[in-house]
Design a protein around this ligand. Structure first.
Ligand SMILES: [Zn+2]
Length: 100
């Protein structure tokens, strides 16, 4: 009755809980990796909705959120590389980042 459509009809992917410090952790990882996809070096700032910050070791594998979200467990990736990563079921991006 004239009300705005609500998002509750949406049954697709919902944002998953990633811990209390997720927002900061994710941003910290993006800064450390220079806002580039760890796999293809795409400039992530150029694709604001086209990237994710991937957990190298899955978030659910940790008991402590802050440990799961440690920056050395996070890998910023464009969605295309992330899709490949998820399809492989294992990570191929375990390289160490040189911190300046
Ligand atoms: Zn990529």
């Amino acid at each position: 009755m004239g009300s705005m459509p609500l998002l509750t009809k949406y049954k697709g992917r919902q944002p998953k809980y990633r811990g209390v410090n997720w927002r900061e952790a994710r941003l910290a990882a993006l800064e450390i990796y220079g806002w580039r996809c760890v796999t293809c070096q795409t400039d992530l700032k150029a694709i604001p909705r086209g990237y994710v910050v991937h957990h190298h070791v899955p978030f659910k594998a940790f008991l402590i959120e802050e440990v799961a979200n440690a920056t050395d467990n996070l890998r910023p990736m464009c969605k295309s590389c992330h899709a490949k990563e998820e399809r492989l079921g294992k990570t191929t991006t375990g390289r160490v980042v040189r911190q300046g």
